[in-house]
Each structure stands twice: as C-alpha cells, then as structure tokens.
Design a protein around this ligand. Structure first.
Ligand SMILES: Nc1ncnc2c1ncn2[C@@H]1O[C@H](COP(=O)(O)OP(=O)(O)OP(=O)(O)O)[C@@H](O)[C@H]1O
Ligand SMILES: [Mg+2]
Length: 320
C-alpha cells in the first residue's frame, strides 16, 4: 500500500479561534493509484495537500497519522519533513506557476533547489534532459526565464522538477485550473504517463472540477467542509454516488452540447459552513435536501462496495 491516512486533523490557529479545515480524515491508496481529490472551494483540499509536506504556522497539527509505504511520516515536524520532500513525497502546490523566481533562469533555479537539498545536480542532469524531452520541452528552456514560458510549458516544467527524484507520492494541487481545456488534457495525460513510467508510484490529483478527475483518476475522494464524505472507484463515484453531497456535485457537472437555456445547471443552493464554528454532526446538514433527524450526530464511515466508503446517515440507515 502506498499511502494510509489515519484520523488526520489539521486546524488553522487564528485570532478569532481555530479553523477546523481538516477534521478527522482517513483513507488509503494503493501502489500505482491516481487518487482524485474533489470538493467545493474552501473544503480543505489544499490544507490536506500541504499538511503532508508543508505543515507550518498558522497551520497546526492536532492529531492523526500518515504512513507512506508502511513507514510513519513525521508530518507534525516541518524540519524532518524537509528531508522527505522531493525524495519520498513531492507537491506541486496551488499557484506553483507563479512560484518560480522571475529573475532566475530555469536551469539555475533547478540547480539551486538541488544544492539546497544537498542532492547532486550532476547526477540528475542527463535524466532532467531526458524527461524534458518526454514532456515535449527543449533543453534550451533551461536557459530561459520563467516569464518566457506559457502556462502549459511552466506547468510541465514544474512537473518534471517535482518528480525528478522519483518520489513515491506526488500531490498535484489544482495544476490544471489555470490552463485552457486542451492544455489541461495534455498535462493530465502527462501525469498518467509519469505514473506509468514509474517516475512516481502514486498521485493525488486535487481539483474542484470533477469532470477532469473522471478522465484520469482511478479513485475519487470527495471532501465537504473539512470532512471526509466519500471515496470509491472513479466509475462508482460518477455513476453511482452514495453521499447526498456527491450526488449533487456530480449533477452540477456541465454536459457538452446542452444549452443552459434548455437545461439550467442545478448547482447546490447555499454555502458551506464557516469552519471556525461548523455545525455538530454532518457538516452538510444545512444544505442537504434529504436530511434526517440522525444528521445532527457525526455520521460513521461505512463500506458500501468494493473500495467504496461513505459517511452519510442515509446510507447507514439503508444498510442497517
Ligand atoms: N492561512 C489560513 N488561515 C486561516 N484559515 C485558513 C488559512 N488558509 C485556509 N484557511 C481556511 O481553511 C479552509 C480550507 O481552505 P483550503 O485552502 O484548504 O481549501 P481548498 O479546498 O483548497 O479551496 P480552493 O478550491 O479554493 O483551493 C477554508 O475555510 C479557509 O478559509
Ligand atoms: Mg486549494
């Protein structure tokens, strides 16, 4: 098994109190899996991604454990995690496109990253050039400034840097959100290729766009307001979702060829709760069209199929 998350809780310490952005998440992914992580803006996707690698103030580790390839990751210790970055686990953070220093040539930037990490740049130089070719970039790019690259080129560049040391897990946070549809497809396809070529063992692909996930993910995890909602094979999540929230999220996906004036997009009325003071029990309760009296209590996670788990009282009652 590649990654196991057990009851992970990470809050933000703010002047107004604690923001419960990641509140008791547990799941597993297998070697070779591409896991899609989806949910509305603010549900905790980036908090989760960063907590596995960049957990620092105002983020605060509250509890839980993370195992990568069977070994416990010291996620609560930022300094210790620095040693793991790039080698065992790598992240392409949200807004990474703007993170490269605009005044430093790309080749020098990579060199500096590797020097900082005490990795041998010489040792990876040939591999770097080989991988640039694989993603369709000329090695001349190393002599260019980030500003000279298009969004798609930068994204492929960042992917190559993040995976150069063959980490076990790559977390890609909204890496396609700023790109046009065909570049999105190309970048997503490249991620699959990186997995197939074993540059990375498994991938967590984060997006609020469920339709992009369906094209590349083996499994999909849905979060709502800092909580686990549902995980299952991509096919099941799209065609047979079990959590009421997942059903509404999937229904809100636009279909090509359908005019808004003929079939208005449904959307999900209302807003997620503020995570500084979320409701007790199911956090979807205020927006749920199918809520029941049990929903004021925390829903247990139950198995509803092979590799398919859900935290929704409706399913609990159905399976009782
Ligand atoms: N530095 C911070 N201080 C306080 N609260 C924060 C901070 N960063 C994020 N949050 C809160 O944590 C929650 C989760 O935010 P997060 O960025 O993880 O969401 P997300 O799912 O990645 O959203 P998006 O799809 O917009 O990227 C939100 O309620 C947000 O307001
Ligand atoms: Mg985010």
């Amino acid at each position: 098994m590649s990654l196991e998350i057990k009851n992970l809780k990470v809050y933000y310490q703010t002047l107004r109190g604690q923001v419960k952005a990641l509140d008791d998440i547990s799941f597993k992914i297998n070697d070779g899996d591409i896991l899609g992580l989806a949910g509305e803006s603010g549900c905790g996707k980036s908090t989760f991604s960063n907590s596995l690698i960049l957990l620092k103030a105002p983020m605060k580790y509250i509890g839980g454990e993370v195992f990568l390839d069977g070994k416990k990751l010291p996620v609560e210790n930022y300094e210790k995690m620095k040693e793991k970055r790039y080698k065992d686990i790598s992240i392409i953070p949200q807004y990474a496109l703007n993170a490269m220093n605009p005044t430093v040539k790309i080749g020098k930037y990579i060199h500096d990253v590797f020097a900082y990490k005490n990795f041998s740049y010489k040792g990876v130089d040939n591999e770097l050039k080989r991988r640039l070719k694989i993603v369709g970039l000329d090695e001349g790019i190393l002599n260019m400034y980030p500003i000279e690259l298009s969004g798609g080129m930068k994204q492929r560049m960042v992917m190559v840097i993040a995976t150069l040391m063959n980490p076990s897990l790559l977390i890609a946070d909204e890496i396609t959100s700023a790109l046009d549809v065909s570049t999105q497809k190309a970048v997503s396809k490249m991620l699959v290729e990186f997995r197939d070529k074993k540059f990375v063992k498994s991938i967590i692909f984060v997006t609020h766009d469920v339709s992009v996930l369906y094209q590349i993910a083996d499994k999909i995890l849905i979060m709502y307001a800092g909580k686990f909602a549902e995980i299952g094979p991509a096919e099941k999540i799209i065609h047979n979702p079990r959590h009421v929230y997942t059903k509404l999220l999937v229904k809100a996906m636009p279909e090509v060829g359908i005019k808004f004036s003929d079939t208005p997009l449904t959307g999900i009325p209302g807003h997620p709760p503020l995570l500084i003071d979320p409701p007790e029990g199911c956090r979807f309760i205020d927006r749920c069209p199918e809520k029941m009296k049990e929903c004021v209590k925390e829903p247990p996670v139950i198995k509803v199929g092979e590799d398919h788990y859900v935290a929704c009282w409706k399913e609990v009652k159905k399976n009782a």
